[in-house]
Design a protein around this ligand. Sequence first.
Ligand code: COA
Length: 376
Amino acid sequence: MKPTYHPVISATGLYTPAESISNAELVESFNAFVVRHNSANSAAIEAGEMEALQPSSVEFIEKASGIKARYVMSKDSVLDPSTMEPRMAERGDDEMSIMAEIGIKAAEQALERAGRDAADVDAVLCAASNMQRPYPAMAIEIQQGLGIEGFAFDMNVACSSATFGIQTAADYVRAGNAKSVLVVSPEITSGHLNWRDRDSHFIFGDVATAVLVEDSSIAPRPHWDIVGTKLKTVFSNNIRNNFGFLNRAAPETKDAPDKLFVQEGRKVFKEVVPMVSALILEEAERLQIDPLKLRRLWLHQANAGMNRLIAQRVLGHEANDDESPTVLDTYGNTSSAGSIIAFHLNSDDLDAGDEGLICSFGAGYSVGTVFVKRHA
Ligand code: COA
């Protein structure tokens, strides 16, 4: 008889950068840049040839997004009004790259929590919204750093990279191609954020997460059964970044806003909330899970208002912090890592049999759902 395999989440890991930026610090730096910019361009502004930049505000940021702070890898250069971007010394080819380094830290924690020897892992997926180089794959460097045999590759589905990675890992397990797969998401999102753009300068933060997906036959106890996963993509230009290898030499690339993160935040909000809610409810029905009985939602961390609406549509009532925990306030939007941080920090207290949902959404558009059940 053909053996059957059941993918589970054995453990997760989290790496949090040492430095954090509060909204007050961020706005002070942004507003200093605005004063400098407007005074340097006062003649053009007075002549009506250029629009004066407007200051940002702590109150707006918190009210519109729910974000109070974000961790970053390079605080000083982000806050310095003359740079306003992360500046990390370029490393030599014989040194470990920064994305691999933080990915490994998160992965080591996941392995330790699972009691898993790296030598017993079969594959590594580096699933993140930005890779610091095209090749060799970040995942292969992480694989080597951890001492894993087998194979590794990178995948990018923007904010849904981690959930798409979990389904991919689960499919390897289901097919019998691997028993233990690490999904690592180092998200140094500060590098793609336009810190000079008032509409979005407050959104992102840096972090790395890891999820160990394994066959239940080797998984530690307790673990999380993966009850079902569902992915969906619909093309949209409302979250876009045009940076790429084909435009690297173009003179307009340097400092061009479209070569960094750009979004139509209002449209994203309006279009993504119904898409995500519908996918969750359809998938719950297919899996014969009563959404009203979901014990906890670990939602993508982009906007507190979006999460409130989605949780309400799924659970049928306004969710409290226990039902839909927030990490957005301290981490900001960490792209694909957000729902995994929420899960990592808020799942140990659940009981055997409790069901929950990890869900991501973002650029693409892309949506990923991972229904899980606590196993004793
Ligand atoms: N400080 C003060 N005021 C600001 C500001 C800032 N930093 N940025 C924008 N404003 C102003 C705007 O100029 C606008 O003023 P007006 O009403 O006089 O025109 C007003 O605040 C509202 O701006 P808007 O951009 O419409 O805000 P919003 O309520 O849509 O909130 C987001 C912006 C980005 C927080 C919100 O749209 C969002 O989170 N959307 C979802 C994004 C998402 O999930 N993206 C996925 C990313 S992976």
